[in-house]
Write a protein that binds this ligand. Structure first.
Ligand code: HEC
Length: 394
């Protein structure tokens, strides 16, 4: 019952995380599109009033006319819509999920004893510390580099995240390393909204209220972080779904795979941002697709090798290493049903799951989770030999 309740709690939080994440990223896509598509105002009165750009759009059966002021309109309009709760709720629900899944089951999801034999509290401490360190590093970098050195910020951040990924690969399981980097980027994005973008906007509004001309630097600071967030979106979305793909996080050099995919994703985001300004550079998606293809070939797992096995060996290995969790009535504490509905008890179930067993336990070491049941490489090779020979029961 307890695990069942937890499943519901997770379902609801995950759902909220998706909904608010879509709202947030959707707004990010929309406003970056809007900003980059603005044209100088057609009417002289608008330009005189401080309008810097405008855009016409048609959507859902209506015409829209948006105008952006160079700094602020002459009088503070009411109501004025703010966009922040989608960011806060995405972060809060993400943090809750991370705690419920990863921190509460650090032994399963974060620790891989073959990588490093650390205690759950150590894994959690590293994770929390890095969430804060990631933000401080990025925020200091932006403050020091100022508003005119975007390429420097980009290069330093990529190097920082790559180094963090490499370092984490020495202490965490592959999938936890991916999620940790995702959580760090997500935290930077949400804290950008909370600590920089909202305060900048408040300064603009406050100046208007006090009847003084607002300093345009506040708008520019907010804009800088907002654009960074936009480039982070696609890499973060990949990380959110990455744990379905063990050929990424389960690779020997998983941190390099993540780096490559993250760079390709940001590069594709750049294509869209250029396109909004009226420049369509097809070379970007084409080279990104070629890059993805090269990556796919480079990380393709080797086929399982032929070798000696008997089906009795296979059954024995699966019974010892998998069935504690993957059974109708799991004996592993904390599980009250087979995870993902994958049952590995009978010969027929094992044969039916051969392709999945291959993906999770032979080509990669994604399963057993955290290698909690101490599966050996020789056993993986035996399963591989059985799969290479056609995965039949005798
Ligand atoms: C300690 C418990 C545990 C053990 C032992 C274990 N698994 Fe799993 N397995 C899980 C959990 C939890 C999931 C769901 C993971 C998730 O949420 O992504 C899972 C998921 C799977 C999936 C579905 C993956 C997907 O995303 O569709 C397969 C296949 C699988 N395990 C195979 C195995 C095999 C083969 C073994 C033995 C070599 C094994 N597991 C051992 C806990 C375990």
């Amino acid at each position: 019952m307890e695990a069942y309740t937890l499943d519901w709690v997770q379902l609801v939080i995950r759902w909220v995380h998706l909904i608010t994440g879509i709202a947030w990223i959707g707004a990010s896509f929309y406003f970056v599109f809007l900003d980059l598509s603005l044209l100088p105002p057609k009417r002289k009165e608008d330009a005189d009033e401080g309008v810097g750009g405008e855009l016409w759009a048609i959507h859902g059966g209506g015409f829209y006319h948006a105008q952006k002021y160079r700094v602020a309109p002459p009088a503070l309009p009411a109501p004025l819509h703010w966009f922040k709760w989608e960011a806060y709720w995405t972060w809060m629900s993400g943090a809750a999920l991370f705690i419920l899944m990863y921190y509460a089951h650090a032994d399963l999801y974060m620790i891989d004893k073959a990588v490093a034999d650390i205690a759950p509290w150590q894994a959690i401490a590293i994770s929390v510390a890095l969430l804060v360190i990631g933000w401080v590093f990025y925020d200091q970098l932006c403050q020091r580099a100022g508003l005119d050195h975007e390429p420097v910020i980009a290069v330093v951040m990529v190097a920082f995240l790559a180094a963090t990924g490499w370092a984490l690969a020495q202490v965490f399981s592959g999938r936890a390393m991916y999620l940790q980097i995702g959580a760090m980027i997500g935290t930077i994005m949400a804290w950008n909204v909370y600590f920089v973008i909202m305060p900048s906007q408040r300064k603009l509004v406050e100046a208007k209220r006090n009847g003084v001309a607002p300093d345009s630097v506040y708008g520019l600071r907010g804009k800088q972080r907002s654009v960074h967030n936009n480039y982070f979106t696609l890499p973060v979305l990949f990380i959110m779904i990455s744990n379905h793909y063990p050929f990424t996080f389960g690779h020997e050099h998983a941190w390099l795979v993540l780096l490559a995919i993250g760079l390709l994703a940001a590069y594709v985001r750049h294509f869209f941002n250029l396109r909004h300004t009226g420049r369509t550079v097809w070379a970007i998606p084409v080279s990104a697709a070629i890059g993805a293809l090269v990556l796919a070939v480079a990380i393709a797992p080797a086929k399982p090798k032929a070798g000696t096995y008997t089906f009795a060996d296979v059954q024995e290995i699966v019974a010892q290493r998998c069935a504690a969790c993957h059974a109708a009535k799991p004996t592993q504490a904390g599980f009250n049903e087979a995870p993902k509905g994958v049952l590995l008890e009978t010969a027929a179930q094992i044969v039916a799951s051969a392709a999945q067993i291959n993906e999770q336990s032979v080509l990669t070491k994604a399963m057993p989770l955290g290698n909690l049941t101490h599966m050996t490489d020789a056993e993986r090779a035996t399963l591989g030999a059985w799969i290479a020979a056609g995965a039949k029961a005798d």
